[in-house]
Design a protein around this ligand. Structure first.
Ligand code: NDP
Length: 243
């Protein structure tokens, strides 16, 4: 067994995409609180204090390559990748443009592929690593008006499970965290009526705080998650039960 997998306070090189706000920021802060070396990539900057602030649009393969080079130079090879950056472009299917479809797939799914592919390079050499994709309850539940988003999030499950099979022999795990409704800018756009309706569907009767999603991510990346791979961990207040 590898020593760094059993020592929770051994600082590791952690990369969190979309870590300037919302769920990604809470994840980055949780790793920082553990003493890890954290890099945060976003398009607009504003990483939490103590994190390396890297500009990177995940739809740009060259930018992803440059971001990894920057992180590796500062912190060493990425040992924990959290692919969190994501967008929505909601509308009913008949109105959904090719652009609305492809921009969401390119950011949420293909972006995560670019990151995982690049991270795998260093992880294979180290013979250890944790890849965590932030999906959504709607990936498996479906959601009217989110054909693009739900498809992108369901795709992450197939990708994680394939990576788990491909990379397991090198002690690299690949998992999915699947949040329900979380208090962030993304859900801020919902009306009071929509919010009230959503809460009636959630057994716990409330939204999640971003920190509650971060707790599942640090667990998967820590010693407790060493034997977990190809899993979909729901953090959804029970909304997606049975899926
Ligand atoms: P926010 O909208 O608050 O933040 C999105 C983050 O992604 C920002 O940091 C943004 O930074 C970054 N981002 C978006 N597009 C790109 C891009 N092309 N390249 C690089 N970074 C990008 O989202 P949340 O915190 O709410 O969501 C985070 C993740 O959790 C997403 O994947 C989302 O789908 C998922 N999720 C959210 C839920 C919720 O209820 N909020 C529920 C289930 C899943 P910048 O704009 O600076 O690039």
């Amino acid at each position: 067994m590898n020593v760094s997998e059993t020592t929770p306070h051994e600082p590791r090189s952690v990369l969190v995409t979309g870590g300037n706000r919302g769920i990604g920021r809470a994840i980055a802060e949780a790793f920082l609180a553990q003493g890890d070396k954290v890099a945060v990539t976003t398009r607009s900057g504003g990483a939490p204090e103590g994190a390396l602030d890297v500009r990177c649009d995940v739809t740009d393969a060259a930018a992803v390559e440059a971001a990894f080079a920057e992180v590796e130079a500062a912190h060493g090879p990425v040992e924990v990748l959290v692919a969190n950056a994501g967008i929505t472009a909601d509308t009913l299917v008949l109105r959904m443009s090719e652009e609305q479809w492809s921009s969401v797939i390119d950011t949420n799914l293909t972006g995560s592929f670019r990151l995982a592919k690049r991270a795998t390079k260093g992880m294979l050499r180290m013979r250890r690593g944790r890849i965590i994709f932030i999906s959504s309850v709607v990936g498996l539940l479906g959601s009217a008006g989110q054909v693009n988003y739900a498809a992108s999030k369901a795709g992450l499950v197939g990708m994680a499970r394939s990576l788990a099979r491909e990379l397991g022999s090198r002690s690299i795990t690949a998992n999915v965290v699947s949040p329900g409704f979380v208090e962030t800018d993304m859900t801020d756009v919902l009306t009071d009526e929509q919010r009230a309706a959503i809460k009636t569907q959630v057994p716990l009767g409330r939204y999640a705080a971003p920190e509650e999603v971060a707790a599942a991510v640090t667990w998967l990346a820590g010693p407790g998650g060493a034997y977990v791979t190809g899993a979909v961990i729901p953090v959804d207040g029970g909304l997606g039960m049975g899926h």
